[in-house]
Write a new protein. Structure first.
Length: 95
């Protein structure tokens, strides 16, 4: 298998960038959050932009279909974490 590296600093391949894009990362910053690519020397950011292109964003498509998007999922996780440590909204109301 011939691997084409996008980010030499962290060993991130084109396939990995494309996979993150399929999972909803629509910008180089979101790719960086998912994989660290583009966060060291920065020379790969333009290549990441080229791979992402100007096509549709899966996250926007999911939102249009009424499916949860990353912010919705993260909000739910944050709410669960607060409740687990006793800082849920019910705890704030009672205080």
């Amino acid at each position: 298998m011939n691997r084409v590296y996008v980010c030499s600093c962290f060993g991130i391949t084109e396939q990995q960038v494309k996979k993150h894009a399929e999972n909803g990362a629509c910008t180089p910053r979101q790719i960086a959050s998912a994989s660290k690519a583009g966060t060291d020397c920065g020379s790969c950011v333009r290549r990441i932009q080229a791979l992402l292109g100007r096509g549709s964003c899966p996250r926007r498509e999911l939102a249009d279909q009424g499916m949860p998007v990353l912010s919705d999922v993260l909000g739910t996780v944050e709410d669960d974490r607060r409740e687990a440590v006793g800082y849920g909204t019910a705890g704030r109301e009672a205080a």
